[in-house]
Design a protein around this ligand. Sequence first.
Ligand code: FE
Ligand code: FE
Ligand code: ZN
Length: 296
Amino acid sequence: MSDYKLYIGSHVSMNSPEFYLGSVKEALSYDENTFMFYTGAPQNSYRKPLSELKIQEGRELIKQSGIDESKLIVHAPYIINGANKSREDLFDLSVKIISSEVARTAGFGAKTIVLHPGAHVSQGFEAGIASLAECLDAVLSNDKSDVKIALETMAGKGTEIGITFEQIRAIIDQCHYPERLGVCLDTCHISDAGYDIHDVDGILKEFDRVIGLDKLLVVHINDSKNPRGAHKDRHENIGYGFIGFDTIKKWVWHPLLDGIPKILETPYFNEKPPYKQEIKMLRDGHYIEGWRDKEF
Ligand code: FE
Ligand code: FE
Ligand code: ZN
């Protein structure tokens, strides 16, 4: 493992008054060498102009620290749904928001934005996939940046699309800009979707066969509150869910995932961020039994 390049971080906040500078400081406080952020609130598309977000200050701190800017991840807001064309107004809004988010990603100097593929509502998977590909075409035909959109594998809550590797592959195939698309694999989501999360080799082999490992841009590292196939999408702290520390550790250190950023989105415990402790355990490869009840 000695030359394995582990890039590991968590989602961090971006709040007044330090904004992006504060995000970078937060990541450093957890000993992270990458991180993920939303360019505003995750739940809405209200966005402050980039000029107010202390981006230069944040990027300077990144340069002085151990963070590799090319490994940073932006996450698009949740409200977007490009997978349902039956509501033309919402579809057009999704195109608009994603376009703006891709441009903002470039404005931070980041290269990758994670996007939830969306929900087909009542249209069925095939129509949902076609709709999202059309949405992505509209976005990418007007974008000159080199930002890549990483489609996230989903848990299968409600009518979500992107819950199998085949569906993700179909979205990429139907888009006219496949070179601008990649994948974000979420360990909680694929377990909830029905994959046997403990069979890391088998899943990665399957991913490579169906999509191609060169498309894997980021891995979300989460334990799951629910068993395989539950379709719930509820993240759990590392070691406290149905996935467990040993399997998560395999995902973090798998040789095929060398250099691919790993991002934790586990919940706060007793109002405290767990990331410093979780990352330390994953780096060390050593689990501390009952860590949530100790000082962390
Ligand atoms: Fe996500
Ligand atoms: Fe995720
Ligand atoms: Zn999730």
